[in-house]
Design a protein around this ligand. Structure first.
Ligand SMILES: Cc1cc2nc3c(=O)[nH]c(=O)nc-3n(C[C@H](O)[C@H](O)[C@H](O)COP(=O)(O)O)c2cc1C
Length: 370
């Protein structure tokens, strides 16, 4: 495989820092933080990806401080002195390796079911009492958030961002994707509210824009806010929030006005055109519409998408020629790499040196350990 990769290794401004290249580590839940606190092993895991050349690391989802925000074991928190001390160590090691790092702020919403960790007695919360598509018959519908609860969640995101800034993170990413709480408000199938958070697309967008605005007000102008969104949802991979560029514009413009700096357009295969009559992918359309920097993602360097990873499937290396061409055309600014960095922390270095044959294939067994 012969690929000219210089374009991936141009610097890019990010808040008060400069990324030395365009490669971002995608957020990936690893469930190795017992009690919500990252360990020295977690710090070493991120440090290795920084040393391998990922210029920006987006951490696994970190849950914000409000009831029901989590639903999985050993997921880190972005609140509490113990958790924040853990993050300090992670940040120090990543910075020492020359990379930037931001946490992904997360609330799982109605994906949560009673019996789940960390408090089995607690059920899930969502915009409406609608069973999430990840749960079959027999699941327990979530409790609809009241307006006071919504204020509490917004405040928890803002406080999470303040905490992130106080421990030395370089920005934050708000998880507005994949069918979790923020996305549950955006999606008509999970949001049947009749107040001003539901009904029209503008109303369904209100929760997300209020979170962005609250985070912006809390952290000030110079702290980057990345917003991750997706068409696909956990449990419904064909779902679409928007059908055409006009609807995408209606979604993104208020978010930009609320304070988003960078959009992270989550797709499973970056080379797929998003709408007809254009080759642009979702990140490409997002950049064109908003003028904001964008991050693309989805099977970079791999020959099958990430859903297989959860069914025990591996993925082989694939040419990144198409990615480079798109980056050269400035279709997007940054490239997030997920599974490839789990199995091969040296992926960026190997790409830079043209050692494509040395890149390790993705092996799902790698998910069991850090
Ligand atoms: C093990 C694993 C955990 C993930 N956890 C998260 C997460 O916490 N937050 C998120 O937004 N996406 C998560 N994702 C999705 C990835 O960020 C990424 O979008 C996806 O893996 C596609 O990139 P890839 O094809 O390069 O792996 C996860 C993916 C994997 C494989």
């Amino acid at each position: 495989m012969k690929t000219h990769t210089e374009t991936l290794f141009r610097p890019f401004p990010f808040g008060s820092t400069t990324l030395w290249n365009r490669i971002v580590m995608a957020p990936m839940t690893r469930s190795h933080s017992p009690g919500g606190v990252t360990t020295p092993e977690v710090a070493a895991y991120y440090r290795k990806r920084a040393e391998g050349g990922a210029a920006l690391i987006i951490t696994e989802g970190t849950v914000v401080d409000c009831p029901g925000s989590n639903g999985y074991p050993a997921v880190p928190r972005i609140y509490g002195d113990d958790a924040l001390d853990g993050w300090r160590q992670v940040i120090e090691e990543v910075h020492h390796a020359g990379s930037a790092i931001i946490p992904q702020l997360w609330h799982v919403g109605s994906v949560r079911q009673p019996g789940m960790e960390p408090d089995p007695s607690m059920g899930g919360f969502g915009p409406s009492p609608i069973l999430h598509p990840t749960h079959g018959e027999g699941g327990t519908p979530p409790t609809a958030l009241g307006s006071g609860d919504i204020e509490g969640v917004i405040e928890a995101f803002a406080q999470g961002a303040v905490n992130a800034r106080s421990v030395g993170f370089d920005g934050v990413e708000i998880h507005g994707a994949h069918g979790y709480l923020v996305d549950q408000f955006l999606w008509e199938k999970t949001n049947e509210r009749t107040d001003h958070y539901g009904g029209s697309p503008e109303n369904r967008l209100r929760f997300a824009t209020e979170i962005v605005a609250a985070v912006r007000a809390a952290v000030g102008a110079d702290f980057p806010i990345v917003f991750r969104f997706s068409q696909w949802k956990m449990g419904d991979y064909r779902a679409k929030l928007v059908q055409d560029p006009q609807e995408l514009e209606a979604l993104l413009t208020p978010l930009t006005e609320a304070g988003v700096d960078v959009f992270h357009a989550s797709t499973r295969k970056y080379w797929k055109p998003e709408f007809k009559d254009s080759n642009l992918n979702l990140a490409g359309w997002t950049r064109k519409i908003t003028g904001c920097p964008t991050i693309t993602v989805g099977s970079v360097g791999l020959d099958s998408d990430f859903l297989g990873a959860f069914m025990g499937n591996g993925a082989g290396p694939m040419s990144i020629e198409n990615l480079i061409e798109r980056l050269e055309r400035d279709e997007f600014d940054l490239v997030a790499v997920g599974r490839a960095l789990i199995t091969d922390p040296q992926w960026p270095t190997k790409v830079q040196q043209g050692h494509f044959d040395d890149i390790k294939p993705f092996n799902p067994e790698a998910l069991a350990t850090l």
